[in-house]
Design a protein around this ligand. Structure first.
Ligand code: PMT
Length: 396
């Protein structure tokens, strides 16, 4: 028995070379006790046979909108009604375009349109197809419609090219589905997350910022949503898409981030400060572009408010989690930071191995000691962090 035993999944396959990975994925689901019903498009059947998927799922595979095996010939309705989730893996560019436009001209697309349950897609396509303006538009539309995107990843492609568009590996997709179908560890909790860099203006066009991409903070927000929390994401400037279901507040400077956080902190159960906040701002920011001169130019800096420490010092603070990016002496510096900020949990990472990357490794420091989260994709690390937080809250 696993926490996924008895969960019901509809696994859709569309045409793409990554369809072979769906076979391994179906095996992982079945091994975890998930009931897997497979639906394949005509193009998917060119890459992998329904017989293979039938053998691995242990159930008949459906390919035809007019399948008379289903009650009243209503396959497009009936096949999803007893399911908890639809996952389309691989999801081709063509299928995503169909979903974005509400087209329904085969069994899988009609099932998706007629669904009452969450829909997740795992894109798989050539890098140029992924980066094409039409696909970019479709992906944005899918996100707006609340469809969950799992991946893609970057890497070598079957066509010989390299770049974004590879389907996630079966193990990664399994983890993502497990997070959606598994126990809702933070159900009913309000979680406030900060993410990304801050930007401290010097004049109208120049400023001081840092290399935070926001990926870690957005992954934490995503993992908290998956765990059933209501999430507010206070974000510095990033190029990332808002995780479906999060309320996002965009800010620029540390002082703006401070104000946005303080307006919500008292009503939050958990505060996770992932943002790389500037410690100083420029005194006397110029309202025009500074002209080049011949002499030295001096910028005076004044300290910014410490957002995390201020929240932790509230009379009834939310459960506070800090992050620390250190370049050396990770353990000593992180422990000192946790003490100084008076917070129950601090997640430390090596700055040079965390900023901007897709993966990360964290060392968690709490009253019980030190816990290592081994290097993995940021979303996988974020899920482990959320599970750790939920465990600490349970014991309180
Ligand atoms: O965004 P990515 O590219 O994915 O990179 C992720 C990350 C490296 C930015 C992230 O994992 C991380 O480590 N964030 C903390 C960065 C940092 O250096 O924090 P700090 O040591 O300056 O601050 C410690 C804690 O206090 C942090 O939780 C920070 O959000 C908070 N803080 C800091 C200063 C300030 N004025 N207010 C704060 O709340």
């Amino acid at each position: 028995m696993t926490s996924l035993s008895g969960k019901r999944l509809l696994l859709g396959l569309t045409g793409g070379i990554a369809a072979y990975k769906a076979a391994a994925l179906a095996r992982l689901f079945v091994k975890a006790g998930i009931d897997v019903r497979v639906v394949m498009t005509e193009a998917a059947c060119r890459f992998i046979t329904p017989v293979t998927m039938q053998a691995l799922s242990g159930q008949p595979v459906y390919t035809d909108l007019w399948d008379a095996r289903v009650r009243d010939n209503m396959a497009h309705i009936e096949l999803s009604r007893d399911r908890d989730l639809i996952l389309v893996a691989p999801a081709s560019a063509d299928f995503m375009a169909k979903l974005a436009n509400g087209e329904a001209n085969d069994l899988l697309s009609t099932l998706c349109l007629a669904r009452r349950i969450p829909l997740a897609v795992a894109p798989a396509m050539n890098v140029e197809m992924w980066e094409n303006a039409a696909t970019v538009r479709n992906v944005a539309r899918l996100r707006e419609d609340g469809i969950i995107l799992m991946g893609p990843a970057a890497g070598d492609q079957a066509c010989g090219e390299t770049g974004m568009g590879r389907m996630l590996e079966p193990e990664e997709l399994f983890e993502a589905v497990a997070a959606l179908l598994g126990p809702r560890l933070l159900k009913g909790k309000k979680v406030l997350v900060t993410a990304g860099p801050t930007y401290e203006p010097i004049d109208t066009v120049r400023g001081i910022t840092n290399q935070s991409s926001g990926k870690m903070g957005y992954a934490v927000a995503q993992a908290a949503i998956e765990a059933g929390a209501e999430v507010t994401l206070v974000s510095g400037p990033t190029a990332l898409a808002t995780p479906a279901g999060a309320v996002r507040m965009d800010v620029r400077s540390a002082r703006e981030m401070h104000d946005a956080v303080m307006a919500r902190a008292k009503a939050s159960d958990i505060f996770i400060a992932v943002a790389a906040v500037a410690d100083y701002h420029v005194v006397g920011e110029k309202s025009h572009k500074i002209k080049r001169g011949t002499g030295n130019l001096f910028i005076e800096l004044a300290p910014n408010p410490d957002i995390l420490a201020t929240v932790a010092a509230l009379k009834k603070p939310p459960f506070c989690v800090g992050f620390a990016a250190e370049t050396e002496n990770l353990r000593a510096n992180a422990q000192a930071k946790r003490k100084h900020k008076k917070i129950p949990l601090l997640a430390a990472n090596l700055a040079q191995e965390a900023f901007g990357r897709d993966d990360n490794a964290l060392t968690l420091f709490d009253d019980k000691g030190q816990h290592e989260l081994k290097r993995a994709a940021k979303i996988a690390i974020a899920r482990q962090l959320i599970a750790h937080i939920a465990g600490m809250l349970k014991k309180r």
